[in-house]
Design a protein around this ligand. Sequence first.
Ligand code: SF4
Ligand code: SF4
Length: 143
Amino acid sequence: MENSYINLFDYPFEFDHSACNICNAKCCSGESGIVRFSKTELLEMSNFLKISTDTFLKDYCRKDGYTYILKEIYISFNNYKCIFLTDNRCNIYSVRPQQCRTFPYWKEFQNRKNLPFLKNECIGVKELLFDKIEEKISGLENS
Ligand code: SF4
Ligand code: SF4
């Protein structure tokens, strides 16, 4: 597998996006999850599917309190998948919500305490050791 790790400074891990080729879309399936989207994203997804926003909300979303989230399909106990996932591919990939685009770089994963959960969820994530982070900082200071 090609090693193509991305490493952002605010995060205690690096991420190999090539892992997505072999992981079977674990971040879009498995335990029940919540995918939120903005009004702009609602419009983009509806336009992409050539349907009205009302139809999009009715067919592909469910209410979560005062807002809408993407529906999930029940597969088996504790095992769901996003309504847009088919054969481990996202049917709306080019207009998927920001939440999907930014995974695993979510704010809660800046906290090293949450890394065990993330590593279990995403095989592309590799924890960075403190000395490696310091090396990078000192490299920046000296550049
Ligand atoms: S779980 Fe991680 S490796 Fe798998 S598809 Fe999602 S981001 Fe890629
Ligand atoms: S919208 Fe696409 S990327 Fe986001 S959870 Fe659903 S299938 Fe995955």
